[in-house]
Ligand binder design. Structure first.
Ligand SMILES: Cc1ncc(C[n+]2csc(CCOP(=O)(O)OP(=O)(O)O)c2C)c(N)n1
Length: 503
């Protein structure tokens, strides 16, 4: 591994100044001795916010949440050794979500490289392709790694006079290439075009909405796009076109996966991470000036298939099934809330079952790589900016991130509600066609089937706790922070899905 590949910092103050110069005004800190100078420096700066958490994995997902919400650089600081390695999952998620996360890692002095001395793993370029290591080249659309080689901490030697009143610089180097013409050419055809919208930056939502309306194309808007409730989104089973324009993150729907083999359908993706999301040939561009793009209004030929009514009937028929609970949750969530949809079933169930009334909610999810790690932490990071926040998580996803609630006091918000859909394990695997005839004992292992509940978890963090088995008992949310555990009726859920899939 080449030592020269990273820009080598050997001074705490220089590294922090660099973060400020890049526009960072928020720091998430996981502590150790090696990074004590960096911590001391950060805590002495007047114009920034900081948070701390002993677990680097949770902390880095929280930092990701802050970066997703603010779209500004957020610094995640760690000490040396395995602490650095804990950042990899959030770094990868940030990479695929194009989030400006700065990973600031304290390291032992450079002479320790490859020596095997205590707490001196090789941190240089440890995040590989997932993080830029040269800040000159950084475009704010993926993580940046700044590794600082430090001698033993010497807090008294630090002269903080200049740093104290430093202000984060406005974001620089934010150049974007717009490929509006490519999109206009894609629309210059008589072929039918449908639009699929995946995870969408909130700042783009209105522009994309106006573009969709101008184009008059039948559009499938995923729950995480924030547009599902704003347009009359078609269902995934109704997508039918010779060309697909994909906007935003990778769609979760089966249709997208099947496009892999339907090579005759032309696909153009507009997505900030510049990744096509298909292995077969298709085109991808990073950005478009949505307000300027000129397309002729198309004659929409989509005819409603009655899918919404069919779903409504199933929800009525199986009122205590998991999708019915999701419908109810979507109805009782206050308007203008932030809604975080955890992986995996909550996101799919929201798509199918949530109310279609527009409540002006903002939606987030970790759909970069669909991990079940760090979801609650990311949710809490985003919650800081909202009056009301509701996260909906599977039980394993929640178990993965139990110590995330450490952040609750630091974000200082009351209206934070955590719904845990406890179906006793990874029920998503019941939906995997290729596992269909797997013996129950093996399925139980794959699903991590369990009988745990979350009351003690809520108690540990002094949160209100309520448990619901019946939809009729779930009627409103109070304003306290709470854990709301839902145990859906397994039998009804099973029947719902059977009938939903067998039209
Ligand atoms: C970090 C990580 N490990 C493993 C997986 C594979 N995986 C996908 S979904 C899932 C189970 C999720 O269970 P739960 O949170 O209870 O949600 P549900 O299945 O009910 O949607 C697992 C293990 C993953 N996505 N991410």
């Amino acid at each position: 591994m080449s030592v020269n590949k990273n820009i080598q910092y050997t001074n705490s103050l220089d590294a922090i100044s660099q973060c400020l110069a890049l526009g960072a005004s928020e720091f998430v800190i996981s502590t150790g001795a090696r990074n004590a100078e960096l911590i001391y420096s950060i805590l002495n700066i007047n114009n920034i916010d900081y948070y701390s958490h002993p677990d680097e994995r949770s902390a880095s997902f929280f930092a990701l949440g802050r970066a997703l919400s603010t779209r500004k650089p957020v610094v995640m600081l760690t000490t040396s050794g395995t602490a650095v390695a804990e950042l990899l999952p959030a770094c990868i998620e940030a990479y695929y979500q194009s989030a400006p996360l700065i990973l600031l890692t304290a390291d032992r002095p450079i002479r320790y490289q490859n020596s095997g001395a205590p707490q001196s793993i090789n941190q240089i370029d440890i995040f590989g392709q997932y993080a830029e290591t040269d800040f000159h080249k950084w475009k704010y659309n993926h993580p940046l790694h700044i590794n600082v080689h430090l001698e033993e901490p010497n807090l008294k030697s630090l002269n903080l006079d200049t740093l104290k009143d430093s202000k984060p610089s406005p974001q620089i180097n934010d150049e974007k290439t717009s490929n509006t013409k490519v999109l206009e050419d894609f629309f210059d055809t008589d072929e039918t075009i449908n639009i699929i919208v995946g995870t969408l930056n909130i700042e783009l939502r209105d522009q994309v909405l106006s573009f969709i309306e101008r184009s008059n194309c039948a559009t499938y808007a995923e729950s995480v796009s924030g547009l599902r409730e704003k347009i009359s989104s078609i269902h995934s089973s109704e997508i039918k076109a010779e060309r697909i324009l994909r906007i935003g993150g990778i769609p979760s729907c089966r249709y997208w996966r099947d496009l892999e083999d339907n090579e005759e359908i032309k696909v153009l993706s507009v997505t900030p991470n510049n990744l096509p999301g298909l292995s077969r040939s298709s085109n991808v561009i990073t950005s478009v000036n949505w307000n300027e793009v000129k397309v002729n209004k198309r004659t929409s030929i989509s005819t409603p298939s009655g899918e919404s009514e069919r779903i409504d009937n199933l929800l009525k028929k199986y009122p205590n099934s998991e999708p019915s609970f999701i419908r109810k949750i979507s109805e009782i969530i206050p308007n203008n809330s932030m809604v975080f949809l955890g992986n995996s079933l909550p996101i799919r169930e929201w798509q199918i079952a949530a109310t279609r009334s527009d409540k002006d909610n903002d939606f987030y999810a970790n759909r970069g790589v669909n991990g079940i790690d760090g979801n609650v932490s990311t949710f809490l990071g985003i919650s800081k900016d909202y009056k009301s926040s509701c996260g909906i998580f599977g039980d394993l996803t929640t178990l993965y991130d139990l110590n995330s609630l450490w952040f609750l006091e630091q974000i200082n918000k009351t209206n934070v509600h955590i719904f845990v859909i406890n179906n006793g394990g990874g029920k998503i695997f019941d939906h995997v066609q290729s596992l269909k005839d797997t013996p129950e004992v093996i399925m139980n292992t794959i699903k991590n089937s369990h009988t745990l509940d979350f009351s003690s978890w809520a108690n540990m963090w002094k949160l209100d706790y309520s448990l619901f088995h019946k939809i009729s008992d779930l009627n409103h949310l109070n304003s306290n922070r709470s854990v709301i555990e839902i145990i859906p009726n397994d039998n009804e859920t099973h029947k719902f899905w059977n009938e939903f899939k067998n039209k």
